[in-house]
Design a binder for this molecule. Structure first.
Ligand code: NI
Length: 227
């Protein structure tokens, strides 16, 4: 399931991110890559423990926590601290799958990466190339969103970032462990959640059908979740 989360950040928040990142250090992006992906990866990142990354990460986690589309689609259990990268002209990230298990920085806490997220921080008019291309069962999907918009996609998928031919593409990226490991189950729950919302609007919160469907939704989460 590929989910677009429009306007996760306001234009003011995007501007704040860019202003902070302007003054940040950038290092080779291979620092968070696995063996295979390190060979394919040519970009720059803000160091994981940089104060700038921590401050902006907190702001983004706050926006995620109150975003209904994100919560419904991802059913998050643990969200990895957001990281920041940039691709300047000539940079790219070849085909790879993200590491399955990661350590939360500075801890022994391991978590499974079920979902990958990219939050775009550059206006698409300001660069050429740089599409995030995700291979799924419907074929390849090229994603290039407005600044402040985010895409969620299964961390199980092969993906790449096309070379930048003009300008520079800045973004925030992170992984999360979901309460529901399986992408197909998450997609079913997200669809059911949306339909329940429509049924509540068309009928009433207390309508017998709404109560029954809401019960089925929660009981499916009870059946499938790991918390
Ligand atoms: Ni990746």
């Amino acid at each position: 399931m590929l989910i677009r989360v429009p306007q996760l950040l306001t234009p003011q928040q995007v501007g704040h991110c860019r202003a902070v990142l302007e003054g940040s250090d950038w290092v080779d992006g291979k620092v968070t890559a696995g063996v295979q992906s390190a060979r394919a990866k040519r970009n720059l990142q803000v160091p994981e423990n940089a104060p700038a990354a921590r401050e902006l990460g907190e702001m983004i986690l706050g926006a995620l926590g109150v975003n209904e589309t994100f919560v419904s689609a991802a059913l998050p259990l643990r969200v990895f601290p957001p990281l920041f990268n940039r691709y300047d002209a000539g940079m790219e990230f070849g085909s790879h799958v993200d590491n399955a298990i990661r350590f939360a920085p500075g801890t022994n806490l391991r978590f499974r990466t079920d979902i990958s997220a990219t939050l775009f921080l550059t206006d698409p008019a300001d660069y050429d190339g740089g599409e995030l291309v995700i291979e799924d069962s419907f074929g390849e999907q090229a994603v290039k969103l407005a600044a402040g918009d985010m895409v969620l996609y299964p961390a199980t998928s092969v993906h790449h970032v096309r070379p930048i031919t003009r300008g520079s593409r800045w973004s925030c990226f992170f992984w999360l462990q979901s309460m529901v490991k399986d992408d197909a189950q998450r997609a079913l729950l997200h669809g059911l959640d949306k339909s329940i919302g429509e049924a509540r609007a068309a009928l009433s919160d207390g309508h017998r059908s709404v109560v029954g469907l809401t019960g089925a939704y929660h009981n499916l989460i009870r059946m499938w979740s790991e918390v």
